[in-house]
Design a protein. Structure first.
Length: 93
């Protein structure tokens, strides 16, 4: 499986329940996904997509035994177009 940045075409295919990945979580966008850089990878489940406001509701996916650290963003609302424009959102193909 390969991990690629989300493009406008892929954005149209995303559905509720899909997982998208924010990488890196800090710093500037990068061109290559480094799966070994675990501290900079956050996976989010698409909880809902509101087409009238062009917003997505994302929930961070933690392992069942993990708790969020102070400062972690566990629940995120984001404009769909920002997922492409920010250049830090990835999807596994």
């Amino acid at each position: 499986m390969s991990t690629q940045k989300i493009t406008p075409a892929q954005l149209l295919l995303l559905k509720e329940g899909n997982t998208i990945i924010r990488y890196p979580c800090e710093g500037k966008p990068v061109d290559q996904f480094d799966e070994d850089n675990i501290s900079q990878i956050h996976a989010f489940k698409i909880e809902s997509i509101n087409s009238s406001t062009d917003m997505m509701e994302l929930i961070i996916k933690h392992a069942p035994f993990m708790y969020a650290s102070p400062g972690d963003i566990n629940h995120l609302f984001i404009k769909s177009q920002d997922i492409v424009l920010q250049k830090i959102w990835w999807v596994e193909l």
